[in-house]
Design a binder for this molecule. Sequence first.
Ligand SMILES: C[S@@+](CC[C@H](N)C(=O)[O-])C[C@H]1O[C@@H](n2cnc3c(N)ncnc32)[C@H](O)[C@@H]1O
Length: 141
Amino acid sequence: MTAVDFSGVALDKARRVADAAGARVEWVQADLTAYAPAPASADLVRSSTSTCPRRSARAMLAGAATALAPGGTLLVIGHDLLNLTEGVGGPREPRVLTTPEAVAARAAGLVIERAERVRRPVEGSDLDAVDTLVRASRPIT
Ligand SMILES: C[S@@+](CC[C@H](N)C(=O)[O-])C[C@H]1O[C@@H](n2cnc3c(N)ncnc32)[C@H](O)[C@@H]1O
């Protein structure tokens, strides 16, 4: 497993969790808008870096799609735009929020299996958070 984040703080936190679970991970500190993964190298790519401007999100999704092997799955989860009005927590800046439609539209060459909003319970709140969830796969050609 390879984990990529440009934040050393985020990587340290993830490393502690992974170590406690006994997971073997290659840690990479890099900006995903410029990161070039090995093409067709991954069976699963999970992207949860939606807290960035749309142009960056497009570049990151293109990289994630490149990394997928034929038959591989891409799972994108991010703070949804609807969270501003119907949800709780998360960033309040619309330009860093997303929608299932926007993610699906950027997933060129992939088959969209799910593109929807999901509600996530938040401890201590009566309201749920609203997330975008997209599952897509690279066709086996
Ligand atoms: C909502 S947190 C998700 C944290 C963790 N990946 C997870 O799934 O629980 C978003 C993460 O995306 C990272 N991020 C945002 N833009 C990035 C970029 N351009 N390159 C690398 N990491 C980025 C942030 O540093 C942050 O740790």
